[in-house]
Design a protein around this ligand. Structure first.
Ligand code: GLN
Length: 469
């Protein structure tokens, strides 16, 4: 197995035993990308010299010493481009600072390496909305890798790099992880600072790891979690060692299957895989109970009001003046804004901005935005009540395995509806993980395990039990 295909925990053991060097790992990552990423398209850019120099300086006594981590291209890494998959920022923006998640990675000894592709500004579920390049699913040729962190998932699944960071506003870590067959964790809202993550939906966004194994997910979370004075939404709660107790098993855990998640819209084979996983956990001593999340049917509509509303506000900074590309010779000031935005943004981003501006406009604000916030409270209560009865909730990640490339282009509603199982965790703020199950007809599929706010230890433990079979 190549070093790039090896788990972080195993690389760590080999590094500390002196069997390999950090340079060996980085050299392998560079060579894998050079020889194979032409066919995958996971990386938008990378800087081999900087990574090799960092590898030579790596402090192996640190928890992630010498380990390269791929970074979704909407997280600022000092001196690197940060395009957000958009023509607006391509060749027009270099990050002037490190996001807090990146400075924490560096403090733990890791080497932020390369920029992974995404749906433009993280809007989408297939990475086909990237304004810059196509990303293929290495585990399912001809199929999308999922999104929006499709590059991050494909980089790990394609064994180009041992682990990556993504961002999840409505499922963008968990869904591509499921479609590509890797582990993807969306931590609780506030667990990880978003300082330096280009904002999409500020009340929903979280950064999180995509990895080969559950243990690697815990390892990365250990290093990037924690309070940050630069992000007032980050939680001032202690960060436990998430690798501790990972193998404690699920005996005595109470796990819920929400009846609203197992309806006709879900592919029977996906349903069967999730139910089989639940049975296996039951055989390992967990108690499986049916629960109800009665407002599930409103989650998609609620999310697709709140997320675009926040996006329309967040993306107003891309005006051709302060960031990114500026139109040449505009007729006047207004044309400078409108022409720059017209040329810079792709169709999905424009759709979100128009939707978001509409639901916030006077006369419609109360009917849409305010009502969506009220329904969000109802969804939050559903989960609060559920977590009084169970320790974690088992669900599919998506209703189907990865669709064929191009099959959903031009049908945004179909894509929106497929987010049904992942978006509630963002609306509510709780944590969720996707862990691979047995593939369906050769296509990867994940189990989603949802936990309460700051329930990362429980869902990691449960995911580890699934992984161990
Ligand atoms: N698919 C969802 C959307 O398009 C979620 C995206 C995300 O989590 N960044 O908004």
């Amino acid at each position: 197995m190549s070093l790039a295909a090896t788990s972080l925990s195993s690389l760590r053991r080999q590094l500390t035993a002196g069997e390999i060097t950090a340079r060996d790992i980085v050299e392998d990552v560079i060579s894998q990308i050079t020889t194979r990423d032409g066919d995958i398209g996971a990386f938008l850019s990378h800087n081999p010299e900087a990574a090799l120099a960092a590898a030579d300086q790596a402090d192996l006594s640190l928890p992630l010493g010498g380990l390269p981590i791929g970074i979704k291209d909407n997280i600022n890494v000092l001196g690197d481009p940060c395009t957000c998959g958009s023509k607006f920022l391509k060749d027009a923006y270099t990050a002037p600072y490190d996001a807090t998640a990146i400075s924490k990675l560096r403090a733990a000894g890791a080497i932020p390496f390369g920029r992974t592709n995404l749906d433009e500004f993280a809007m989408g579920s297939s990475t086909e909305n990237s304004g810059l390049q196509i990303t293929h699913n290495p585990a399912a040729p001809g199929h999308i890798p999922g999104g929006s962190s499709g590059g991050s998932a494909a980089a790990v699944a394609g064994n180009l790099i041992p682990a990556t960071l993504g961002s999840d506003t409505g499922g963008s870590i968990r869904q591509p992880a499921s479609h590509c067959g890797v582990v993807g964790l969306k931590p609780s809202y506030g667990r990880i600072s978003r300082y330096g993550l280009v904002a999409f939906g500020s009340s929903l966004d979280q950064i999180g790891p995509l990895t080969h194994t559950v243990e690697d997910s815990a390892l990365l979370l250990n290093s990037i979690a924690g309070m940050d004075p630069r992000d007032s939404t980050s939680l001032n709660e202690p960060v436990p060692d998430y690798t501790e107790g990972l193998d404690a098993g699920v005996a005595g855990m109470k796990l819920g299957l929400p009846k609203e998640y197992f309806t006709d819209g879900i592919c029977p084979k996906v349903r069967e895989r999730v139910e089989t996983a639940a049975k296996k956990l039951e055989a390992q001593g967990a108690e499986i109970v049916e629960i109800s999340l009665p407002h599930t049917e409103y989650a998609v509509a609620t999310y697709y009001i709140i997320a675009p509303a926040e996006a329309s506000s967040n993306l107003s900074r891309f005006d051709g003046v302060r960031y990114g590309n500026r139109t040449e010779n505009p007729a006047d000031m207004l044309a400078l804004y409108t022409d720059s935005r017209e040329a810079g943004f792709g169709p999905e981003v424009k759709r979100r901005i128009i939707l978001g501006t509409y639901v916030l406009s006077s006369g419609y604000h109360d009917a849409y935005y305010l009502r969506a916030q009220k329904v969000r409270t109802l969804i939050r209560r559903d989960f609060q009540e559920a977590f009084e009865k169970v320790d974690a909730i088992l669900t599919p990640v998506a209703p189907e395995t990865a669709p064929k490339m191009g099959s959903a282009v031009g049908d945004p509603l179909k894509q929106f509806l497929a987010d049904i199982f992942t978006i509630s965790a963002n609306l509510v703020g709780n944590c969720g993980i996707s862990v691979p199950l047995e593939p369906i007809d050769g296509l990867p599929v994940g189990l989603q395990i949802l936990g309460p706010n700051l329930g990362e230890r429980e869902i990691l433990r449960c995911a580890r039990a699934v992984e161990a079979g």
